[in-house]
Design a protein around this ligand. Structure first.
Ligand SMILES: Cc1cc2nc3c(=O)[nH]c(=O)nc-3n(C[C@H](O)[C@H](O)[C@H](O)COP(=O)(O)OP(=O)(O)OC[C@H]3O[C@@H](n4cnc5c(N)ncnc54)[C@H](O)[C@@H]3O)c2cc1C
Length: 241
């Protein structure tokens, strides 16, 4: 049964611009509050709109260990043109307090890990994947892990330095960025579902897929995985609606 969400206020202790339209937020919760969640889950942000309660989900972009150590949770939010909640976030400054509830969702890594794990994301869809990957390495996961990360431009690759450093440190981590409209990009250019097909082609066994992004990307990826005869129970998704 799903855990009952807890309503807790958090203070923004750090805000970083990752690109011109994406910011990274560090939320700090009061000492002693129960901020438990599983890597990959999301929280709700509660506001008021036209005098009525209004809420929006945001994936947690960090591993649960950060809340155990520092009571911190990280979010990665894209500014949507005319968007109510994302615009609210982009107007916030360090020290501001926001109303949240957590945890929500079933997009979590299935354990024990019997298979290699393939993470596929586009844009801020990388947020829950970041928390999952951090958490797997904290647990010393020795399986092969791929991150296939799609963006339009090379300047959009969120946490790029972090992924590259991880690939240097962990021989079992394979980072495949793909950029569809790059200016000086010499790497992969195909859409993520095509990269998945190219990378895993005839391999149907021993892989667990975790995909996250906007609905069209998730649908296209799902179709590609079915075409590859990947069993349904090996395919896990979080769709940003
Ligand atoms: C489970 C879950 C987790 C999510 N996690 C994240 C996350 O980690 N980071 C993140 O940035 N977003 C995430 N989202 C999306 C987020 O919840 C909001 O939908 C998004 O921030 C837009 O909300 P808004 O109030 O600013 O826009 P709204 O006021 O709701 O929408 C304004 C306009 O923008 C369009 N629109 C809405 N969302 C998008 C979008 N994502 N891209 C383009 N156009 C859009 C709407 O159709 C509408 O026309 C998640 C969604 C789900 C369901």
């Amino acid at each position: 049964m799903a855990e009952k969400p807890r309503f807790i206020d958090a203070r923004l202790v750090k805000i970083d611009s990752l690109t011109s339209t994406v910011k990274h937020f560090v939320l700090e919760y009061p000492q002693g509050t129960d901020t438990r969640f599983a890597a990959g889950q999301f929280l709700m942000v509660h506001l008021e709109k036209d005098g009525k309660p209004h809420k929006k989900p945001y994936s947690i972009a960090s591993s649960p260990s950060l809340t155990q150590d520092k009571n911190h949770i990280e979010l990665c939010i894209k500014l949507v043109e005319g968007g109510f909640v994302s615009s609210f976030f982009f107007g916030l400054k360090e020290g501001d307090v926001i109303h949240t509830s957590l945890p929500y969702g079933v997009f979590t890594v299935r354990e024990p890990w019997e298979e290699d794990l393939v993470f596929v994301g586009t844009g801020t869809g990388v947020a829950p994947l970041r928390g999952m990957i951090q958490n797997l390495y904290e647990k010393n996961c020795a399986k092969n892990l791929w991150l296939i990360f799609g963006n339009r431009y090379e300047t959009d690759i969120l946490y790029e330095k972090e992924w590259k450093a991880l690939a240097e440190k962990r021989p079992n981590f394979h980072f495949i960025p793909t950029v569809s409209r790059g200016k000086n990009w010499t790497g992969e250019t195909a859409y993520v579902q095509e990269v998945v097909k190219k990378t895993f082609g005839g391999r149907t066994q021993g892989l667990d897929f975790y995909g996250c992004g906007l609905v069209p990307m998730c649908q296209q990826l799902k179709a590609a995985l079915f075409e590859m005869n990947i069993p349904k129970e090996k395919i896990h998704f979080e769709q940003f609606t």
